[in-house]
Design a protein around this ligand. Sequence first.
Ligand code: FAD
Ligand code: HEM
Length: 404
Amino acid sequence: MPKALSAHTISAIRASVPALAEHGPAITKTMYDRLFLEDHIRALFNHSNQGEGGSQVNALATAILAYARNIDNLEPLLPVVERIAQKHIGYNILPEHYPFVATALLDAIADVLGPAATPELLDAWGEGYWFLADLLKEREASIRLDLENSLGGWTGWRQFRISERIRESEVITSFILRPVDGNPVVRHQPGQYLTLRFDIDGGIEVKRNYSISSAPNSESYRISVKREAAGSGGSRYLHDVATIGDIVDLAPPAGDFFLEKDQVRPVILLSAGVGLTPMVSMIETINAERPALEVHYIHAALNSSTHAMDRHVRSLARLHGSIAVSTFYSEPGELDVAGQSHDYDGFISVDWLRSHTPFADADFFLCGPKAFLRSLVNGLWEAGVEPCRIHFEFFGPSDELLAA
Ligand SMILES: Cc1cc2nc3c(=O)[nH]c(=O)nc-3n(C[C@H](O)[C@H](O)[C@H](O)COP(=O)(O)OP(=O)(O)OC[C@H]3O[C@@H](n4cnc5c(N)ncnc54)[C@H](O)[C@@H]3O)c2cc1C
Ligand code: HEM
Protein backbone atom coordinates (compact mmCIF):
# COMPACT_ATOMS: atom_id res chain seq x y z
CA MET A 1 0.00 0.00 0.00
CA PRO A 2 1.51 3.42 -0.91
CA LYS A 3 2.03 6.11 1.76
CA ALA A 4 -1.36 7.48 2.96
CA LEU A 5 -2.58 10.82 1.65
CA SER A 6 -2.32 13.80 4.01
CA ALA A 7 -5.51 15.20 5.59
CA HIS A 8 -4.87 18.44 3.72
CA THR A 9 -4.75 16.64 0.36
CA ILE A 10 -7.87 14.65 1.16
CA SER A 11 -9.86 17.78 1.95
CA ALA A 12 -8.60 19.60 -1.18
CA ILE A 13 -9.54 16.62 -3.38
CA ARG A 14 -12.93 16.33 -1.68
CA ALA A 15 -13.55 20.04 -2.33
CA SER A 16 -12.83 19.52 -6.05
CA VAL A 17 -15.63 16.93 -6.52
CA PRO A 18 -18.32 19.40 -7.79
CA ALA A 19 -15.93 20.91 -10.36
CA LEU A 20 -14.80 17.46 -11.48
CA ALA A 21 -18.38 16.22 -11.75
CA GLU A 22 -19.16 19.19 -14.00
CA HIS A 23 -15.97 19.10 -16.09
CA GLY A 24 -14.80 15.48 -15.75
CA PRO A 25 -15.30 14.41 -19.38
CA ALA A 26 -13.83 17.73 -20.67
CA ILE A 27 -10.77 17.22 -18.45
CA THR A 28 -10.18 13.65 -19.63
CA LYS A 29 -10.79 14.62 -23.27
CA THR A 30 -8.21 17.41 -22.98
CA MET A 31 -5.94 15.00 -21.13
CA TYR A 32 -6.12 12.43 -23.95
CA ASP A 33 -5.51 15.10 -26.61
CA ARG A 34 -2.31 16.02 -24.75
CA LEU A 35 -1.31 12.47 -24.04
CA PHE A 36 -1.69 11.45 -27.66
CA LEU A 37 0.73 14.13 -28.81
CA GLU A 38 3.32 11.50 -27.77
CA ASP A 39 3.30 8.86 -30.52
CA HIS A 40 4.71 6.04 -28.35
CA ILE A 41 1.98 6.67 -25.73
CA ARG A 42 -0.77 6.90 -28.35
CA ALA A 43 0.38 3.56 -29.73
CA LEU A 44 -0.39 1.86 -26.39
CA PHE A 45 -4.15 2.39 -26.75
CA ASN A 46 -7.03 0.62 -28.48
CA HIS A 47 -8.25 3.38 -30.71
CA SER A 48 -11.76 2.05 -31.25
CA ASN A 49 -12.50 3.12 -27.66
CA GLN A 50 -11.12 6.67 -27.94
CA GLY A 51 -12.35 9.87 -29.49
CA GLU A 52 -15.32 12.19 -29.09
CA GLY A 53 -17.62 10.60 -26.51
CA GLY A 54 -15.48 7.45 -26.64
CA SER A 55 -16.09 5.00 -23.83
CA GLN A 56 -12.45 5.11 -22.73
CA VAL A 57 -12.75 8.85 -22.07
CA ASN A 58 -15.86 8.20 -19.96
CA ALA A 59 -14.25 5.22 -18.20
CA LEU A 60 -11.26 7.22 -17.04
CA ALA A 61 -13.45 10.21 -16.07
CA THR A 62 -15.71 7.88 -14.10
CA ALA A 63 -12.74 6.28 -12.36
CA ILE A 64 -11.25 9.64 -11.39
CA LEU A 65 -14.57 10.95 -10.10
CA ALA A 66 -15.23 7.74 -8.15
CA TYR A 67 -11.74 8.09 -6.67
CA ALA A 68 -12.33 11.73 -5.60
CA ARG A 69 -15.72 10.80 -4.09
CA ASN A 70 -14.24 7.89 -2.12
CA ILE A 71 -11.07 9.65 -1.08
CA ASP A 72 -11.93 9.18 2.64
CA ASN A 73 -12.52 5.45 2.27
CA LEU A 74 -10.91 3.79 -0.74
CA GLU A 75 -12.10 0.28 0.20
CA PRO A 76 -15.00 0.23 -2.32
CA LEU A 77 -12.56 1.15 -5.09
CA LEU A 78 -10.33 -1.89 -4.65
CA PRO A 79 -12.27 -4.09 -7.13
CA VAL A 80 -12.01 -1.26 -9.67
CA VAL A 81 -8.24 -1.05 -9.11
CA GLU A 82 -8.05 -4.79 -9.79
CA ARG A 83 -10.04 -4.46 -13.02
CA ILE A 84 -7.93 -1.54 -14.26
CA ALA A 85 -4.66 -3.28 -13.33
CA GLN A 86 -5.75 -6.39 -15.25
CA LYS A 87 -6.69 -4.23 -18.24
CA HIS A 88 -3.30 -2.49 -18.08
CA ILE A 89 -1.53 -5.87 -18.14
CA GLY A 90 -3.40 -6.68 -21.36
CA TYR A 91 -2.19 -3.43 -22.93
CA ASN A 92 1.35 -3.76 -21.59
CA ILE A 93 1.23 -0.55 -19.53
CA LEU A 94 4.51 -0.14 -17.61
CA PRO A 95 5.66 2.11 -14.71
CA GLU A 96 7.50 4.42 -17.12
CA HIS A 97 4.17 5.32 -18.78
CA TYR A 98 2.60 6.80 -15.62
CA PRO A 99 4.42 10.18 -15.59
CA PHE A 100 2.98 10.97 -19.05
CA VAL A 101 -0.59 10.61 -17.74
CA ALA A 102 0.29 12.66 -14.61
CA THR A 103 1.54 15.60 -16.68
CA ALA A 104 -1.35 15.38 -19.16
CA LEU A 105 -3.94 15.15 -16.35
CA LEU A 106 -2.60 18.07 -14.32
CA ASP A 107 -2.22 20.25 -17.44
CA ALA A 108 -5.79 19.36 -18.42
CA ILE A 109 -7.19 20.24 -14.97
CA ALA A 110 -5.36 23.59 -15.16
CA ASP A 111 -6.63 24.24 -18.69
CA VAL A 112 -10.28 23.34 -18.14
CA LEU A 113 -10.74 24.82 -14.65
CA GLY A 114 -8.75 27.99 -15.42
CA PRO A 115 -8.24 30.23 -12.37
CA ALA A 116 -10.19 27.75 -10.18
CA ALA A 117 -7.21 25.39 -10.54
CA THR A 118 -5.20 26.94 -7.70
CA PRO A 119 -1.64 25.74 -7.02
CA GLU A 120 -3.00 24.09 -3.85
CA LEU A 121 -5.60 22.13 -5.86
CA LEU A 122 -3.01 21.07 -8.45
CA ASP A 123 -0.61 19.91 -5.72
CA ALA A 124 -3.39 17.90 -4.09
CA TRP A 125 -4.29 16.26 -7.39
CA GLY A 126 -0.61 15.56 -8.09
CA GLU A 127 -0.36 13.74 -4.77
CA GLY A 128 -3.76 12.05 -5.31
CA TYR A 129 -2.81 10.84 -8.81
CA TRP A 130 0.44 9.29 -7.62
CA PHE A 131 -1.31 7.54 -4.73
CA LEU A 132 -3.68 5.84 -7.21
CA ALA A 133 -0.88 5.27 -9.73
CA ASP A 134 1.28 3.61 -7.05
CA LEU A 135 -1.60 1.30 -6.09
CA LEU A 136 -1.97 0.28 -9.74
CA LYS A 137 1.77 -0.07 -10.33
CA GLU A 138 2.14 -2.27 -7.24
CA ARG A 139 -0.67 -4.58 -8.31
CA GLU A 140 0.54 -4.67 -11.92
CA ALA A 141 4.08 -5.57 -10.77
CA SER A 142 2.68 -8.44 -8.73
CA ILE A 143 0.59 -9.76 -11.66
CA ARG A 144 3.65 -9.56 -13.93
CA LEU A 145 5.75 -11.42 -11.36
CA ASP A 146 3.14 -14.21 -11.15
CA LEU A 147 3.09 -14.47 -14.95
CA GLU A 148 6.88 -14.66 -15.13
CA ASN A 149 6.93 -17.41 -12.50
CA SER A 150 4.16 -19.52 -14.04
CA LEU A 151 4.83 -22.35 -16.49
CA GLY A 152 4.21 -20.94 -19.97
CA GLY A 153 3.72 -17.41 -18.60
CA TRP A 154 5.02 -14.29 -20.33
CA THR A 155 4.76 -10.51 -20.20
CA GLY A 156 4.54 -8.08 -23.11
CA TRP A 157 3.77 -9.51 -26.56
CA ARG A 158 4.32 -13.10 -27.76
CA GLN A 159 3.79 -14.42 -31.29
CA PHE A 160 1.00 -16.93 -31.89
CA ARG A 161 -0.06 -18.67 -35.10
CA ILE A 162 -3.68 -19.22 -36.13
CA SER A 163 -3.72 -23.01 -36.39
CA GLU A 164 -7.46 -23.59 -37.00
CA ARG A 165 -10.61 -21.65 -37.89
CA ILE A 166 -14.01 -23.06 -36.94
CA ARG A 167 -17.28 -21.53 -38.15
CA GLU A 168 -19.61 -21.60 -35.14
CA SER A 169 -22.61 -19.69 -36.56
CA GLU A 170 -23.41 -17.16 -39.30
CA VAL A 171 -21.69 -14.45 -37.27
CA ILE A 172 -19.21 -16.20 -34.95
CA THR A 173 -15.97 -17.96 -35.92
CA SER A 174 -13.46 -19.55 -33.53
CA PHE A 175 -9.69 -19.36 -33.94
CA ILE A 176 -7.19 -21.68 -32.29
CA LEU A 177 -3.97 -19.84 -31.41
CA ARG A 178 -0.70 -21.70 -30.79
CA PRO A 179 2.61 -20.11 -29.74
CA VAL A 180 5.15 -19.83 -32.57
CA ASP A 181 7.95 -20.79 -30.14
CA GLY A 182 6.24 -24.16 -29.48
CA ASN A 183 6.58 -23.80 -25.69
CA PRO A 184 3.73 -24.20 -23.19
CA VAL A 185 1.25 -21.38 -22.60
CA VAL A 186 0.14 -20.27 -19.15
CA ARG A 187 -3.12 -21.80 -17.95
CA HIS A 188 -5.70 -19.02 -17.83
CA GLN A 189 -8.50 -18.69 -15.30
CA PRO A 190 -11.76 -19.62 -17.10
CA GLY A 191 -13.39 -16.28 -17.96
CA GLN A 192 -10.20 -14.31 -18.67
CA TYR A 193 -9.38 -12.60 -21.96
CA LEU A 194 -6.39 -12.15 -24.25
CA THR A 195 -5.31 -8.97 -25.99
CA LEU A 196 -4.54 -9.52 -29.69
CA ARG A 197 -2.36 -7.13 -31.65
CA PHE A 198 -2.41 -7.36 -35.43
CA ASP A 199 -2.27 -5.20 -38.55
CA ILE A 200 -5.37 -4.61 -40.65
CA ASP A 201 -5.61 -3.13 -44.15
CA GLY A 202 -3.00 -0.51 -44.89
CA GLY A 203 -0.78 -1.65 -42.02
CA ILE A 204 -3.00 -0.09 -39.33
CA GLU A 205 -2.22 -1.72 -35.98
CA VAL A 206 -5.22 -2.71 -33.86
CA LYS A 207 -5.44 -4.15 -30.35
CA ARG A 208 -8.55 -6.01 -29.29
CA ASN A 209 -9.53 -8.06 -26.25
CA TYR A 210 -11.03 -11.52 -26.81
CA SER A 211 -12.22 -13.80 -24.01
CA ILE A 212 -10.72 -17.27 -24.17
CA SER A 213 -13.51 -19.69 -25.04
CA SER A 214 -11.61 -22.92 -24.25
CA ALA A 215 -10.62 -24.52 -20.94
CA PRO A 216 -6.97 -24.08 -19.89
CA ASN A 217 -4.82 -26.73 -21.60
CA SER A 218 -1.17 -25.41 -21.55
CA GLU A 219 -0.83 -25.66 -25.37
CA SER A 220 -3.20 -23.26 -27.07
CA TYR A 221 -6.07 -20.82 -26.64
CA ARG A 222 -9.35 -20.65 -28.53
CA ILE A 223 -11.10 -17.32 -29.12
CA SER A 224 -14.55 -17.00 -30.72
CA VAL A 225 -15.14 -13.76 -32.55
CA LYS A 226 -18.34 -12.12 -33.74
CA ARG A 227 -18.08 -10.28 -37.04
CA GLU A 228 -19.07 -6.66 -36.41
CA ALA A 229 -20.16 -5.09 -39.67
CA ALA A 230 -19.60 -1.51 -38.39
CA GLY A 231 -16.53 -0.20 -36.62
CA SER A 232 -12.90 -0.06 -37.57
CA GLY A 233 -12.68 -3.64 -38.71
CA GLY A 234 -10.64 -5.74 -36.28
CA SER A 235 -13.27 -8.48 -36.21
CA ARG A 236 -13.93 -8.16 -39.94
CA TYR A 237 -10.22 -8.63 -40.55
CA LEU A 238 -10.17 -11.82 -38.47
CA HIS A 239 -13.27 -13.14 -40.25
CA ASP A 240 -12.60 -12.06 -43.82
CA VAL A 241 -8.82 -11.87 -44.20
CA ALA A 242 -6.94 -13.83 -41.51
CA THR A 243 -6.06 -17.37 -42.56
CA ILE A 244 -4.51 -20.44 -41.01
CA GLY A 245 -0.77 -19.84 -40.56
CA ASP A 246 -1.11 -16.08 -39.96
CA ILE A 247 0.71 -14.67 -36.96
CA VAL A 248 -0.77 -12.37 -34.30
CA ASP A 249 0.80 -10.96 -31.13
CA LEU A 250 -0.81 -11.85 -27.82
CA ALA A 251 -0.56 -10.28 -24.38
CA PRO A 252 -1.03 -12.87 -21.61
CA PRO A 253 -4.45 -13.83 -20.22
CA ALA A 254 -5.84 -11.11 -17.95
CA GLY A 255 -9.08 -10.06 -16.31
CA ASP A 256 -10.82 -10.30 -12.97
CA PHE A 257 -13.93 -12.09 -14.26
CA PHE A 258 -13.39 -15.79 -13.73
CA LEU A 259 -14.62 -18.85 -11.92
CA GLU A 260 -12.61 -19.51 -8.76
CA LYS A 261 -11.02 -22.94 -8.41
CA ASP A 262 -12.69 -23.38 -5.00
CA GLN A 263 -16.19 -22.36 -6.14
CA VAL A 264 -18.64 -24.19 -3.88
CA ARG A 265 -22.02 -22.46 -4.25
CA PRO A 266 -24.12 -23.37 -7.32
CA VAL A 267 -23.28 -21.29 -10.37
CA ILE A 268 -25.70 -19.47 -12.67
CA LEU A 269 -24.08 -18.48 -15.97
CA LEU A 270 -25.99 -15.91 -18.01
CA SER A 271 -24.88 -14.79 -21.45
CA ALA A 272 -26.23 -13.11 -24.55
CA GLY A 273 -24.86 -13.14 -28.09
CA VAL A 274 -21.09 -13.49 -28.28
CA GLY A 275 -21.03 -13.02 -24.48
CA LEU A 276 -21.05 -16.82 -24.41
CA THR A 277 -17.27 -17.06 -24.86
CA PRO A 278 -16.16 -16.87 -21.18
CA MET A 279 -19.08 -19.14 -20.26
CA VAL A 280 -17.96 -21.85 -22.69
CA SER A 281 -14.49 -21.72 -21.12
CA MET A 282 -16.07 -22.09 -17.67
CA ILE A 283 -18.31 -24.96 -18.78
CA GLU A 284 -15.39 -26.85 -20.38
CA THR A 285 -13.38 -26.34 -17.18
CA ILE A 286 -16.23 -27.39 -14.90
CA ASN A 287 -16.79 -30.48 -17.03
CA ALA A 288 -13.10 -31.42 -16.79
CA GLU A 289 -12.38 -30.51 -13.18
CA ARG A 290 -15.55 -30.02 -11.12
CA PRO A 291 -17.85 -33.07 -11.38
CA ALA A 292 -19.92 -32.13 -8.32
CA LEU A 293 -20.58 -28.45 -9.07
CA GLU A 294 -24.21 -27.52 -9.81
CA VAL A 295 -24.44 -25.23 -12.85
CA HIS A 296 -27.32 -23.50 -14.63
CA TYR A 297 -26.34 -22.02 -17.98
CA ILE A 298 -28.88 -19.69 -19.58
CA HIS A 299 -28.04 -18.17 -22.94
CA ALA A 300 -29.92 -15.61 -25.04
CA ALA A 301 -29.46 -15.42 -28.82
CA LEU A 302 -31.37 -13.82 -31.67
CA ASN A 303 -32.10 -17.19 -33.31
CA SER A 304 -30.47 -20.42 -34.48
CA SER A 305 -28.52 -18.73 -37.28
CA THR A 306 -26.52 -16.57 -34.86
CA HIS A 307 -26.45 -19.03 -31.95
CA ALA A 308 -22.95 -20.53 -31.61
CA MET A 309 -21.60 -23.62 -29.85
CA ASP A 310 -24.99 -24.89 -28.66
CA ARG A 311 -24.32 -28.52 -29.53
CA HIS A 312 -20.89 -28.39 -27.89
CA VAL A 313 -22.30 -26.92 -24.67
CA ARG A 314 -25.19 -29.41 -24.54
CA SER A 315 -22.89 -32.38 -25.06
CA LEU A 316 -20.65 -31.18 -22.19
CA ALA A 317 -23.75 -30.73 -20.03
CA ARG A 318 -24.85 -34.30 -20.75
CA LEU A 319 -21.37 -35.64 -19.91
CA HIS A 320 -21.23 -33.69 -16.66
CA GLY A 321 -24.73 -34.44 -15.46
CA SER A 322 -25.27 -31.36 -13.24
CA ILE A 323 -25.19 -28.61 -15.87
CA ALA A 324 -28.69 -27.47 -16.87
CA VAL A 325 -28.81 -25.55 -20.17
CA SER A 326 -31.66 -23.24 -21.22
CA THR A 327 -31.77 -21.05 -24.32
CA PHE A 328 -33.93 -18.04 -25.21
CA TYR A 329 -34.42 -16.68 -28.76
CA SER A 330 -35.65 -13.11 -29.06
CA GLU A 331 -36.15 -13.23 -32.86
CA PRO A 332 -36.78 -16.91 -33.71
CA GLY A 333 -36.25 -17.76 -37.37
CA GLU A 334 -38.87 -19.46 -39.55
CA LEU A 335 -37.61 -22.91 -38.62
CA ASP A 336 -36.99 -22.16 -34.95
CA VAL A 337 -39.51 -23.81 -32.64
CA ALA A 338 -39.43 -23.38 -28.86
CA GLY A 339 -38.96 -26.81 -27.27
CA GLN A 340 -36.97 -28.07 -30.29
CA SER A 341 -34.31 -25.65 -31.62
CA HIS A 342 -34.30 -23.67 -28.37
CA ASP A 343 -36.14 -23.69 -25.06
CA TYR A 344 -38.02 -20.38 -24.88
CA ASP A 345 -39.00 -17.43 -27.06
CA GLY A 346 -38.28 -13.95 -25.67
CA PHE A 347 -35.83 -12.67 -23.09
CA ILE A 348 -34.32 -14.02 -19.87
CA SER A 349 -36.06 -12.41 -16.89
CA VAL A 350 -35.36 -12.25 -13.17
CA ASP A 351 -38.75 -13.86 -12.53
CA TRP A 352 -37.82 -16.80 -14.75
CA LEU A 353 -34.47 -17.15 -12.94
CA ARG A 354 -36.21 -17.04 -9.57
CA SER A 355 -38.47 -19.95 -10.44
CA HIS A 356 -35.99 -22.11 -12.41
CA THR A 357 -32.65 -21.76 -10.58
CA PRO A 358 -31.23 -21.92 -7.02
CA PHE A 359 -31.60 -18.14 -6.99
CA ALA A 360 -31.06 -17.55 -3.26
CA ASP A 361 -27.86 -19.62 -2.96
CA ALA A 362 -26.00 -19.27 -6.24
CA ASP A 363 -23.24 -17.06 -7.61
CA PHE A 364 -24.18 -15.28 -10.85
CA PHE A 365 -21.79 -14.76 -13.76
CA LEU A 366 -23.04 -12.53 -16.60
CA CYS A 367 -21.60 -11.47 -19.95
CA GLY A 368 -23.32 -9.78 -22.84
CA PRO A 369 -24.25 -6.43 -24.40
CA LYS A 370 -24.81 -3.34 -22.27
CA ALA A 371 -28.63 -3.51 -22.34
CA PHE A 372 -28.58 -7.17 -21.26
CA LEU A 373 -26.18 -6.48 -18.39
CA ARG A 374 -27.93 -3.32 -17.28
CA SER A 375 -31.29 -5.05 -17.13
CA LEU A 376 -30.17 -8.26 -15.43
CA VAL A 377 -27.51 -6.87 -13.08
CA ASN A 378 -29.95 -4.19 -11.86
CA GLY A 379 -32.75 -6.76 -11.75
CA LEU A 380 -30.68 -9.09 -9.58
CA TRP A 381 -29.75 -6.26 -7.22
CA GLU A 382 -33.36 -5.20 -6.94
CA ALA A 383 -34.37 -8.80 -6.27
CA GLY A 384 -32.04 -8.80 -3.25
CA VAL A 385 -29.03 -10.72 -4.63
CA GLU A 386 -26.00 -9.45 -2.69
CA PRO A 387 -23.43 -7.66 -4.93
CA CYS A 388 -20.73 -10.15 -3.88
CA ARG A 389 -22.73 -12.91 -5.65
CA ILE A 390 -22.91 -10.99 -8.95
CA HIS A 391 -19.92 -11.06 -11.32
CA PHE A 392 -20.03 -9.59 -14.80
CA GLU A 393 -17.88 -8.96 -17.85
CA PHE A 394 -18.56 -6.34 -20.47
CA PHE A 395 -16.90 -6.37 -23.88
CA GLY A 396 -15.71 -2.76 -23.77
CA PRO A 397 -14.46 -0.12 -21.35
CA SER A 398 -16.78 -0.26 -18.38
CA ASP A 399 -17.88 3.41 -18.33
CA GLU A 400 -21.38 3.53 -16.91
CA LEU A 401 -21.24 -0.10 -15.80
CA LEU A 402 -18.25 0.87 -13.70
CA ALA A 403 -20.14 3.87 -12.32
CA ALA A 404 -23.06 1.63 -11.39
C1 FAD B 1 -12.74 -8.03 -22.00
C2 FAD B 1 -13.26 -8.14 -23.42
C3 FAD B 1 -13.52 -9.39 -23.96
C4 FAD B 1 -14.04 -9.51 -25.27
N1 FAD B 1 -14.30 -10.74 -25.77
C5 FAD B 1 -14.82 -10.87 -26.99
C6 FAD B 1 -15.15 -12.16 -27.52
O1 FAD B 1 -14.96 -13.18 -26.87
N2 FAD B 1 -15.67 -12.24 -28.78
C7 FAD B 1 -15.91 -11.10 -29.53
O2 FAD B 1 -16.38 -11.23 -30.67
N3 FAD B 1 -15.63 -9.87 -29.05
C8 FAD B 1 -15.09 -9.73 -27.81
N4 FAD B 1 -14.77 -8.48 -27.35
C9 FAD B 1 -14.98 -7.30 -28.23
C10 FAD B 1 -13.75 -7.11 -29.13
O3 FAD B 1 -12.65 -6.70 -28.33
C11 FAD B 1 -13.94 -6.04 -30.21
O4 FAD B 1 -14.44 -4.87 -29.58
C12 FAD B 1 -14.92 -6.49 -31.29
O5 FAD B 1 -14.41 -7.63 -31.96
C13 FAD B 1 -15.18 -5.37 -32.30
O6 FAD B 1 -13.96 -4.94 -32.84
P1 FAD B 1 -13.91 -4.26 -34.30
O7 FAD B 1 -12.53 -3.75 -34.50
O8 FAD B 1 -14.46 -5.17 -35.32
O9 FAD B 1 -14.93 -3.08 -34.18
P2 FAD B 1 -14.73 -1.71 -33.45
O10 FAD B 1 -14.06 -0.74 -34.31
O11 FAD B 1 -14.11 -1.95 -32.14
O12 FAD B 1 -16.27 -1.34 -33.29
C14 FAD B 1 -17.12 -2.12 -32.46
C15 FAD B 1 -18.56 -1.64 -32.58
O13 FAD B 1 -18.58 -0.28 -32.18
C16 FAD B 1 -19.47 0.44 -32.97
N5 FAD B 1 -18.75 1.48 -33.74
C17 FAD B 1 -17.42 1.71 -33.75
N6 FAD B 1 -17.12 2.73 -34.53
C18 FAD B 1 -18.29 3.20 -35.02
C19 FAD B 1 -18.63 4.24 -35.88
N7 FAD B 1 -17.70 5.05 -36.40
N8 FAD B 1 -19.94 4.42 -36.16
C20 FAD B 1 -20.87 3.63 -35.63
N9 FAD B 1 -20.61 2.61 -34.81
C21 FAD B 1 -19.34 2.39 -34.50
C22 FAD B 1 -20.09 -0.54 -33.89
O14 FAD B 1 -21.29 -1.01 -33.31
C23 FAD B 1 -19.12 -1.64 -33.99
O15 FAD B 1 -19.76 -2.83 -34.35
C24 FAD B 1 -14.26 -8.34 -26.04
C25 FAD B 1 -13.97 -7.09 -25.51
C26 FAD B 1 -13.49 -6.98 -24.20
C27 FAD B 1 -13.19 -5.62 -23.64
C1 HEM C 1 -3.79 6.48 -12.04
C2 HEM C 1 -3.66 6.26 -13.35
C3 HEM C 1 -4.66 5.55 -14.22
C4 HEM C 1 -6.01 5.32 -14.06
C5 HEM C 1 -6.91 5.74 -12.92
C6 HEM C 1 -6.46 4.58 -15.22
C7 HEM C 1 -7.76 4.18 -15.42
C8 HEM C 1 -8.17 3.34 -16.44
C9 HEM C 1 -9.52 2.83 -16.61
C10 HEM C 1 -10.71 3.16 -15.72
C11 HEM C 1 -9.51 2.02 -17.69
C12 HEM C 1 -10.71 1.25 -18.26
C13 HEM C 1 -10.76 -0.10 -17.60
C14 HEM C 1 -11.91 -0.95 -18.12
O1 HEM C 1 -12.26 -0.90 -19.28
O2 HEM C 1 -12.45 -1.68 -17.33
C15 HEM C 1 -8.17 2.02 -18.21
C16 HEM C 1 -7.76 1.31 -19.33
C17 HEM C 1 -6.59 1.59 -20.01
N1 HEM C 1 -5.57 2.40 -19.57
FE1 HEM C 1 -5.45 3.32 -17.79
N2 HEM C 1 -5.41 4.37 -16.05
C18 HEM C 1 -4.28 4.95 -15.50
C19 HEM C 1 -3.02 4.98 -16.04
C20 HEM C 1 -2.73 4.62 -17.34
C21 HEM C 1 -1.46 4.85 -18.01
C22 HEM C 1 -0.24 5.49 -17.37
C23 HEM C 1 -1.60 4.38 -19.28
C24 HEM C 1 -0.61 4.44 -20.42
C25 HEM C 1 0.02 5.56 -20.75
C26 HEM C 1 -2.93 3.80 -19.40
C27 HEM C 1 -3.44 3.17 -20.52
C28 HEM C 1 -4.62 2.44 -20.55
C29 HEM C 1 -5.04 1.61 -21.67
C30 HEM C 1 -4.28 1.38 -22.97
C31 HEM C 1 -6.29 1.07 -21.32
C32 HEM C 1 -7.17 0.14 -22.16
C33 HEM C 1 -7.92 1.04 -23.11
C34 HEM C 1 -9.03 0.39 -23.88
O3 HEM C 1 -9.68 -0.57 -23.44
O4 HEM C 1 -9.25 0.93 -24.95
N3 HEM C 1 -3.58 3.98 -18.20
N4 HEM C 1 -7.36 2.81 -17.44
